[in-house]
Design a protein. Structure first.
Length: 357
RNA sequence: GCCGAGGUAGCUCAGUUGGCAGAGCACAGCCCUGAAAAGGCUGGUGUCGACAGUUCGAUUCUGUCCCUCGGCA
């Protein structure tokens, strides 16, 4: 027998201890399960949440909209009864939901869970929303419809070049960072300047995503590109045979036009164009799948560069119960490092280095 | 077998009166601090079907062959 003996832990006991009110307040533990669309987060998350007797806090910029259910793969009522899901159905499709709004309501939910001695468990694929919890959001002014309307006028009068020229004048540093064609980000930077009188670049320099509100464990799920793409196609086929077209039609009939941010989401955009006879059904399916593949790719680009994610590769044959077990194992290990930082310093350095933020 | 029409990027094709091969789509890589399922940027060496001939130089012209799709037998 050689090597160092790792002490045996009673994980359930430690977990209960970790979730004692004073410890929750002390460590502010947070677990995030992330990954690209269709990788299989939801089913795993439900099992994991059940195991830890907690809830699922969704980090999904589309499931926040009421009435958008099939297209956003929102958990069903039955699933939500099994395990409570929060941060869903927060806004109507005509409202402009955004990262700041998400952060405020998510922090409230997390505090509520701490008060109930439960471990907050965030699950989703919207990288920016997750980042607002794990690394914060700079205290720039919120989006303002009046300023935006004004900027739109400027856009109409003098085009993208006019917007960009103004940004070069008031915030050359941000202008240098942004491409003149990236209208929405150029407008946001102008909005920040008009509302605060300060260049956004200065605020970013001051913030630098350095907030640390939680001891966070980030777990990422990934699959091979081929497997992920196949799952995307299967899910879209399922959505289309289970009411996606009807759901989109109903939203349009309620007056939610295709110009809304919510209606520009995957699926709704393509089905909406199909209903407007811009192209036929087959073309709609092709684009829906293609655009979802592209999205998954963008998600992976974002997540890959996020430091501190513990990645779990899922094999094709792996049942989701097994994936859930692996996630649970990582979480229990994480809880140990919180509970007994002295003994597990080595452990933290080695195995959990990647997953802790 | 004969007569047409073709063979150029993963796909559909354009093109070179002989001089470093180019579009769309697909795909790939990337950026992001209140629209993030949004928005934006970048990426083309490919035996130009094969072999030979003419030429300083052939993907382009000529010849032979191979393959595909029509039509006729």
């Amino acid at each position: 027998m050689g090597g160092i003996k790792v002490p045996e832990y009673d994980n359930q006991l430690l977990l209960r201890e970790c979730m004692l009110p004073e410890n929750l307040r002390r460590y502010r533990p947070l677990v995030v399960l992330l990954g690209p669309t269709a990788v299989g987060k939801s089913r795993v998350a439900t099992q994991v949440a059940k195991h830890f007797d907690t809830e699922v806090l969704t980090a999904d910029s589309r499931q926040v909209y009421r009435g958008m259910n099939i297209g956003t793969d929102k958990p069903t009522a039955a699933g939500r009864q099994d395990v409570p899901h929060r941060l869903i159905d927060l806004a109507d499709p005509h409202e402009v939901f955004n990262a700041g709004w998400y952060r405020r309501v998510a922090l409230d939910e997390i505090d509520r869970l701490y008060a109930a001695n439960r471990l907050p468990f965030v699950v989703g694929g919207t990288g920016l929303y997750i980042k607002t919890l794990v690394r914060g959001l700079c205290p720039a002014p919120q989006a303002d419809p009046l300023v935006r309307a004004d900027l739109k006028k400027l856009r109409e009068a003098s085009g993208r070049a006019g917007l960009y020229a103004e940004l070069m004048r008031v915030d050359p540093e941000t202008a240098a960072r942004l491409h003149p064609n990236d209208e929405s980000k150029v407008m946001r930077a102008l909005e920040v300047y008009r509302l605060s009188g300060r260049p956004m670049s200065i605020m970013h320099d001051e913030h630098r995503f350095q907030e640390k509100l939680f001891s966070a464990l980030l777990i990422g799920l990934q699959r091979t590109k081929e497997a992920l793409y196949r799952r995307i196609e299967e899910r879209i086929d399922w959505q289309l045979t289970h009411g996606m077209v009807e759901e989109t039609r109903s939203l349009l009939d309620q007056g939610y036009g295709c110009g809304l941010a919510s209606m520009k989401g995957l699926g709704y955009r393509q089905v909406g164009a199909f209903l407007a006879n811009e192209y036929d059904y087959e073309e709609m399916v092709r684009r829906f799948k293609r655009d979802t593949r592209r999205f998954a790719k963008r998600q992976m680009t974002w997540f890959r560069k996020e430091s501190g994610v513990a990645w779990l590769s899922i094999e094709e044959s792996e049942p989701c119960e097994r994936t859930a077990e692996r996630v649970i194992a990582l979480m229990e290990q994480f809880v140990r490092t919180l509970e007994a930082p002295a003994q597990s310093a080595a452990l933290q350095q080695t195995t959990l280095e990647k997953g802790c933020v």
